[in-house]
Design a protein around this ligand. Sequence first.
Ligand code: PGA
Length: 237
Amino acid sequence: MNSPVKKYVIANWKMHGRNDFVQDWCQGMAAVRGSVQVLVAPPTVYLQRTLDLAPDLIQLAAQDVAVYAKDGAHTGEVSAQMLVDIGCQYVIIGHSERRALGETNEILLQKLMCSLEAGLIPIFCVGESLEVRESKQAWSFVQAQLSLLDGYPKEKPLIVAYEPIWAIGTGMTATIEDIEHMHDLIQQMIDRPILYGGSVKPSNAKEILNAKAVGGALVGGASLKPEEFLAIVEAAS
Ligand code: PGA
């Protein structure tokens, strides 16, 4: 009998944390068990320390990656190869907070290609604004974002995260019907694990994680409190 597919639960710390926080958070994760694929995305400066301190069952994701494949005069940039070199296996690409900083499709494609070449697994984020949702354009918007993955090799691992912008950090979550509807449409287009993100917390995690075509959760705010994050991991088990 095939073992069931593991759900992903990813902690995205965004621009939070200090050395003490990293230590406490990693200690707090001692209870993580192997039935869920747990990832943590710390700020770049804390990647190595998190890797050193986190339990073996937790894997590392970067929050960003350079558009340049080769080393060179790119002040401030961190390449996909460097991330792989320190033991990072995943990278978040296309998060709405980075798109808002001006990351275009062209930039995102370069990041996808650099990651692919270096062997990093992208967690590619898509999601519509409230305005787009209210104008009933959510699916065509998300579909257009997903078309960037058209040329992505089928045999290479890739994760998609659906994160409606209006639900990120706002406490508002999409309804289960909305989540299932969007995930179903995404799944018809692309056969990959599809995570949901946007105000996932212990109180709504079980329902979201059990929804149809939801392969896991990308968690921002609630990932900063180890006990809350663990409760979400537990809900995915
Ligand atoms: P949130 O963030 O859980 O704080 O809404 C999710 C995300 O942006 O990945």
